[in-house]
Design a binder for this molecule. Structure first.
Ligand SMILES: *Cc1c(COP(=O)(O)O)cnc(C)c1O
Length: 389
């Protein structure tokens, strides 16, 4: 069986967890959390990093920090994970979904300006597959209309836009270290704060609305309840696990990108025949090898391909169902139809991509795809012949 994802372990995770446990400081913000923060701040120049228990939590922190209240409008793609929207819905925001672009599932930046109203407060670009949105246009719009930008950088570790690290461009950014991401801690996330004015309040919100972080630094002699907040910080066990992964980031990235490029190269002949579309890397974006997807010609062919791969013991998956069509949001959604978003929901298929995927296994996946399109085209030819007899 070739699974869709297989978590990669560097071998140091349990060693570091043991060190964390033995240190006697197992709750959050100990040595390993500090090491993780420093790793990101030093390597990417992020102003301030705060580990969270998930990217979902980091997005919820962002919504609290931006004082999102009832009726505020937040613009984001409909083609994304639920948490992108849910974090703002929890604060009472109205989500203004924007369609995806023609070339890739990213938010169509040409559509954003027409969605901006007096009530718009935030734009949330989602860097799909760790590939950057057109951040020049988005940041220009944010400046022009005085809006905040929260990058959903869940998939964007070690990814860049025109040389700038993703997560460093918006006012705030949220990363994920869920098991399915390039570097992971089972569950985990991080809020990046690039705008000074959010620094102080962010650590309070993360510490249940208290100023305990300032107490730890010795700045005050007792701590108390000073704001709203929640328990957003992970324990040292999570941070220890994550740090073991971060130490191997370069090796992980090289391997994933190599597998990604091989899919692209080997599947090119099928794309040339018009059987499906290969991923398009947006202008200015780097590729961090997070997702390899193809876009089939229609839903039926995608379902057929999933079933064919399954018959060969290969697991492939699709995502996301457009959020404006979701059981939760469709009844309140009063915006425009989003045909591109729906199109990606129906045709996008993700192939197995993980550190441990061997060349032999990848060959099997590629061969199975060739085989499927042979069958599809034989059937088409046969029905053509039958029709024209
Ligand atoms: C994975 C993901 C999330 C959620 O991350 P968690 O760490 O599981 O909360 C949010 N947005 C996008 C685009 C994701 O891919």
């Amino acid at each position: 069986m070739i699974p869709f994802n297989k978590p990669f372990l560097t071998g140091k995770e349990t060693l570091y967890i043991e060190q964390a446990v033995r240190s006697g400081k197992i709750s959050g913000d100990g040595l390993f959390t500090e090491k993780c923060h420093q790793f990101f701040e030093n390597r990417y120049g992020f102003k301030k990093c705060l580990l969270t228990t998930s990217c979902t939590d980091a997005l919820e922190m962002a919504a609290i920090l931006l004082n999102i209240t009832e009726g505020d409008e937040v613009i984001m793609p409909s083609y994304t994970f639920v948490s992108t929207a849910n974090a703002f819905v929890l604060r009472g925001a109205k989500i203004i979904f924007c369609d995806s672009g023609k070339e890739s599932p990213h938010i169509d930046v040409n559509n954003i300006e027409s969605l901006i109203t007096e009530k718009t407060k935030v734009i949330v670009p989602v860097h799909y597959a760790g590939m950057a949105c057109n951040m020049d246009v988005i940041m220009d719009l944010a400046t022009k209309y005085n809006l905040f930008v929260v990058e959903d950088a869940a998939q964007s570790v070690d990814a860049f836009y025109k040389g700038k690290p993703l997560g460093s461009i918006g006012h705030l950014a949220a990363f994920s270290f869920h098991e399915t991401k390039n570097v992971m801690a089972g569950e985990g996330g991080m809020l990046v704060i690039n705008d000074d004015k959010f620094l102080k309040r962010a650590e309070i919100i993360r510490e249940k609305g208290t100023n305990r972080s300032a107490l730890f630094r010795g700045e005050i002699d007792h701590y108390g309840w000073v704001d709203i907040g929640s328990s957003f910080l992970p324990s040292e066990i999570t941070a220890a696990f994550l740090y073991a992964q971060l130490e191997n980031l370069d090796q992980i990235q090289i391997t994933r990108i190599r597998i990604w490029c091989r899919y692209l190269l080997e599947l090119k002949p099928l794309e040339a025949k018009g059987y499906f579309q290969l991923p398009h890397i947006p202008e200015g974006a780097s590729n961090n090898g997070h997702i390899f997807h193809i876009l089939t010609n229609n839903l039926k062919e995608r379902d057929g391909l999933i079933a064919h791969l399954k018959s060969k013991d290969i697991q492939s998956v699709f995502h996301y169902l457009s959020l404006h069509q979701s059981p939760f949001y469709s009844s309140v959604y009063d915006g425009l139809p989003l045909p591109k978003s729906d199109h990606y929901s129906e045709t996008l298929l993700r192939l197995p991509l993980y550190y441990g995927l061997t060349e032999h296994e990848q060959n099997k996946v590629i061969a199975a795809i060739f085989e499927y399109y042979d069958i599809v085209n034989e059937t088409k030819n046969v029905s053509y012949l039958v029709k024209n007899q």
